[in-house]
Design a protein around this ligand. Structure first.
Ligand SMILES: [Zn+2]
Ligand SMILES: [Zn+2]
Length: 264
């Protein structure tokens, strides 16, 4: 039971202090709790300039000590469009050297459009999806992070009556999965779509099957909680899916190093 995608009040769109999240993680029986507060450099993003890095790192470090022996508290970041802001991101990574356990690379913005926003919703399917997958491929090809956040996030915003996204974009998605394997970047099973009752796991099951076919054997798990109540929620279902698909390991990270946990 691991949860490597959790936002606290250090993210602009989340609530609850780090300690409340830890308390809930212990209640849920988690082994590892990975905080992944937002780091955004796109000036149009609501989270731009919001994160106070030292306060965040200190808060998580304090709870790591407090919960030692009961819960592994990991410190991560979810970085938006890391490949477009690498000079700024690498400065943050240098500043946090030895204090960060993992980085999630995510695409929330592409072509000046926020995924799920008004402008996005006005786009045709082709204009929505193809540029999204191109942006994700550019991110993965850049590297510099450990977990790819919510691959196929576009499935969370389906167009009624159009075919499911993964099947329509299999070629692009397979290219992304191949690049992930080459760069040692693991996918996550992000349960936010299920929790909100909007769609399936992100990425959806067929994408995880293609990843397995290509030789992928390690997967990360993430609730994408934006408050303590959702910490660890639906993670047992994600573990069941990983097991059904024959994954051998769950991803754990310490100081940016992967330490896979066998999935028995
Ligand atoms: Zn995200
Ligand atoms: Zn997130």
């Amino acid at each position: 039971m691991l949860d490597y995608h959790v936002h606290s009040q250090h993210s602009v769109d989340a609530e609850g202090d780090v300690r409340d999240h830890c308390r809930q993680a212990v209640k849920q029986g988690l082994l590892d709790l990975g905080f992944s507060d937002h780091l955004d450099f796109d000036p149009r993003d609501a989270g731009y300039g919001f994160l106070s890095l030292d306060r965040y790192l200190d808060d998580v470090a304090r709870c790591r000590e407090e919960y030692a022996g009961r819960l592994h508290v990991r410190c991560g970041l979810e970085v938006g469009e890391l490949h477009r802001y690498w000079p700024q991101v690498s400065r943050v990574l240098q500043k946090s050297a030895g204090r960060l356990d993992f980085v999630i690379g995510s695409v929330h913005w592409y072509g000046g459009t926020l995924l799920g926003g008004d402008r996005y919703r006005a786009l045709t399917p082709r204009a929505r999806y193809a540029p999204y997958f191109a942006e994700v491929l550019a991110l993965v090809d850049h590297g510099g992070f450990q977990i790819l956040g919510h691959l196929d996030l576009v499935s969370r915003y389906p167009i009624p009556g159009s075919p499911p996204v993964p099947e329509e974009h299999q070629e692009e998605i397979r290219a992304i999965l191949g690049a992930m394997l080459r760069h040692g970047i693991v996918p996550e099973i992000n349960v936010s779509g299920i929790r909100h009752g909007i769609c399936s796991f992100l990425p959806p099951r067929p994408v995880l099957e293609w990843y397995r076919e290509l030789g992928g054997n390690i997967v990360a798990l993430g609730s994408d909680a934006h408050g303590p109540a959702s910490v660890g929620a639906m993670i047992p279902q994600a573990v069941r899916l990983a097991r059904d698909l024959g994954f051998g390991y769950l991803a754990r990270f310490e100081r940016l190093e992967l330490s896979p946990l066998p999935l028995t």
